[in-house]
Design a protein around this ligand. Structure first.
Ligand SMILES: Cc1cc2nc3c(=O)[nH]c(=O)nc-3n(C[C@H](O)[C@H](O)[C@H](O)COP(=O)(O)OP(=O)(O)OC[C@H]3O[C@@H](n4cnc5c(N)ncnc54)[C@H](O)[C@@H]3O)c2cc1C
Length: 614
């Protein structure tokens, strides 16, 4: 058993920033990560980090653009904190050595990204995430923070009171990929989840294979609510063959979208008469798909043209786009337009937290893409995720280390849920037994949770359950997980994509119920205890099934069109009924859906919902 004050799960931007903050607050910190930190998906971020530095910009304008981009489903206290604190965080990054792109005068340069009313995005070429990760990792090394890399966290060690709001997280259980041994990690102060995105539930995604939503699934099964899961961002410029992202920086620098008829369709077909290509991502993704559906696509895609930007500027500001287009599509973007189409990119939802990163479970924090604080509402603006990592990663780390921020404005747990959905979902999700009764899924201890005050036994018991789960998976004959994962991804690609219908979502729930039944017989055929990717992917597939169900349920109940969520028979935003957050709770494998208030009142103003046009 290992013991630290703070255990941070994940070594991406959010995890590294949390670890640095916890270290600065005097805690003994460990990062536990399935990837080496600099291989985390933050490294793929291209476009940049928004910060209100420009003369024509302000914290207030940044907050307004963010609330509008979110289609008014974000919580103002969190949005204002994000916009207020990012500039100082960017300056901190620069002092730590991050090599931002510069103006001729030597200052940090700013560019436009979609949905912003001023140049606001600081960047480091088109490799912002890479520089961010390396800058933060250097600080982790400098401080001597312990890093357990290539340790896969299987579950949270949480007490087992019947009411999830009474539970306490004492640590995690991790599997050492190099040796196959299981380790319990006791976290005396707190566990910070920073496990990133969940894009692998889709086939066509900009996300890495490691983005399987593990932290969201672990927190969900441990009793924390997961919030606004139906809001999935589809990025309008991904390469058709692979899903590899072409940065929004291309459109920020003046890149133009054309259909097969050579029309600049964002204007010519009236999708966004003011902002054109720089309308927010949900708007541009839908426009592209409508062009394709109306027969004006080039096969399954449209064209993104940046030739007019000129080779010198492209090489200066967007250099990495050149090999991406050449290697994956065989196109030289200096002389030819690039094929692009929408692809899954980001999860707006995640583990419910308050504005200090606290979840409803004592001792459990979450930050970054796995969390929902909520700053993105129903649609994230480009360049607002990296600010989320550094602002809320820092907050979560500092508070996990014992710095008490006092009461939060954003409620969590039962306090946040004003209503429970009473519709019938059981027919769609099947009986609770359809959820494989693995020993790691919140089964109660015989002492009814009296072990609350004994962290060692809470963690030790969880280690034994995980040992039993792994032994079972490895000791039996059965089906491979890959076919189940593939079935799930295809159903999501078809029915839980940009355009959604009731029948498609219901059929996805049925597919998921079938996948769960098949998963009961899943087995790991690779007997090795070292670097057993078959085992890890089998466990990830289980996590994907749980969160896929929550996404689909949220999408099914939300009968409106808001931000990234579009429903065929409900093609309008319905503030009277749907200006509210969605929460899904695990409820021992029988998911419950709840709703709660959106906080539109900020410090200086209330963000009254308006018609959202660009
Ligand atoms: C291609 C691309 C480009 C983007 N560009 C931008 C941009 O320009 N600007 C912007 O603001 N946003 C951008 N985004 C979004 C942003 O980059 C991500 O939301 C953000 O980097 C996620 O950071 P994170 O720290 O939450 O997660 P990650 O960086 O994904 O890190 C997750 C960490 O968790 C660990 N982990 C996961 N599961 C486990 C487990 N079971 N056990 C142990 N460890 C685990 C992983 O090892 C990893 O270290 C982009 C996203 C993509 C996909």
């Amino acid at each position: 058993m290992r013991e630290h004050d703070v255990v941070v799960v994940g070594g991406g931007g959010a995890g590294l920033r949390a670890a640095i903050a916890a270290d600065e607050a005097g805690a003994d910190v460990a990062i536990v990560s399935k990837l080496h930190p600099v291989r985390s998906h933050t490294g793929a971020a291209e476009g940049g980090i928004n910060a209100a530095f420009h003369d024509r910009d302000s914290t207030e304008t940044h907050a307004y653009d963010t609330m509008k981009g979110a289609d008014y489903l974000a919580d103002a206290p969190a949005v204002e904190a994000l916009c207020r604190e990012t500039p100082e965080e960017v300056i901190q990054l620069e002092r730590w050595g991050m090599s931002f792109s510069r103006t001729d005068a030597g200052g940090i340069d700013l560019r436009y990204l979609a949905g912003h009313s001023a140049p606001r995005t600081t960047y480091a070429g088109a490799e912002t995430g890479h520089h961010l990760l390396h800058t933060l990792y250097q600080q982790v090394i400098k401080r001597g923070i312990t890093v357990y890399d290539e340790y896969y966290v299987l579950s949270l060690a949480v007490t087992e009171e019947p009411n999830p709001d009474d539970r306490r997280c004492h640590g995690v259980v991790a599997y050492d990929l190099a040796t196959g041994s299981l380790d319990g990690f006791i976290a005396d102060g707190g566990v910070v989840l920073a496990t990133g995105g969940l894009g692998q539930v889709y086939n066509h995604t900009t996300n890495a294979v490691a983005n399987t939503g593990d932290g969201v699934a672990m927190a969900y099964r441990a009793g924390a609510a997961i919030q606004d899961m139906e809001f999935i961002q589809f990025h309008p410029t991904t390469l058709p063959s692979t899903g590899v992202l072409i940065s929004e920086g291309v459109r920020g620098e003046g890149g133009i979208l054309y259909n097969a008829e050579g029309e600049r369709f964002m204007f010519e077909h009236g999708y966004a008469n003011n902002a054109g290509e720089l309308a927010s991502r949900d708007v541009v993704s839908r426009a592209e798909l409508l062009e394709i559906q109306n027969g004006r696509g080039i096969a399954d895609h449209v064209h993104l043209d940046m030739r007019h930007i000129g080779e010198e500027r492209i090489r200066d500001r967007l250099e990495n786009i050149i090999p991406l287009a050449a290697d994956f599509e065989g196109v030289d973007p200096i002389t030819e337009p690039m094929p692009v189409k929408p692809g899954q990119h980001f999860a707006m939802g995640g583990v419910e937290t308050d504005e200090y990163g606290r979840t409803s479970i004592e001792g459990l924090y979450a930050a970054g893409e796995c969390a929902c604080v909520s700053v993105h509402g129903s649609n994230r603006l480009g360049g607002n995720a990296l600010p989320e990592l550094i602002v809320f990663g820092k907050r979560a780390g500092r508070h996990a280390a014992g710095d008490d921020p006092g009461a939060a404005e954003i409620p969590t747990g039962q306090e946040a849920r004003t209503e429970t959905w009473n519709g019938a979902i059981e027919a769609a999700i099947g009986e609770p037994e359809a959820v494989p009764a693995t020993v790691s899924d919140g089964g109660r201890s015989r002492d009814g949770g009296r072990s609350r005050d004994n962290p060692t036994s809470v963690v030790a018991r969880r280690v034994e359950r995980e040992r039993h789960r792994i032994d079972r998976l490895m000791d039996r004959e059965g089906a491979n997980h890959a076919a189940i994962r593939s079935t799930l991804q295809h159903a999501f690609e078809e029915h839980v994509n940009v355009f959604r219908t009731r029948s498609g979502l219901e059929s996805t729930l049925e597919t998921l119920a079938t996948c769960r039944r098949r998963y009961r017989d899943v087995a790991v055929s690779d007997p090795s205890r070292t670097f057993n990717t078959d085992l890890i992917q089998t466990i990830e597939t289980r996590n994907m099934l749980d969160i896929a169900e929550a996404i689909t349920l949220g999408a099914l109940v939300r009968e409106e069109f808001r931000g990234a969520h579009w429903r065929l028979n409900h093609q309008g935003r319905n503030d009277d009924e749907w200006l509210r957050h969605t929460y899904v709770t695990w409820n021992d494998g029988r998911p419950s859906i709840h709703f709660g208030e959106v906080l539109l009142a900020g410090e200086s103003r209330t963000y009254e919902p308006k018609v959202r046009s660009y």
